[in-house]
Design a protein around this ligand. Sequence first.
Ligand SMILES: [Zn+2]
Length: 87
Amino acid sequence: MNKLSGLLNALLFLFLIIISSTVEFIWMILRLPIRLSICKIRGHEWVWLGNGFFGMFAPKKNFKCKICGFKTKHPENHKTVKHQQSL
Ligand SMILES: [Zn+2]
């Protein structure tokens, strides 16, 4: 073992770290438009957050999209996933 091979190993290790962190970073950036485009094409998938305790303490925006996290009081104003019963 000489100094050069040690340096090459270190460089290879550094290179692998850079590649893996770059891939993670790219995936993080790609995920947002994928989610937004899924909601645009298929529609939002609403989850009812409930109306509190017998209608009291109800959240103002009581519908939330499961996919993108968008909250609204009026999901009927937005595109919504149509659940099919055929399966
Ligand atoms: Zn959505």
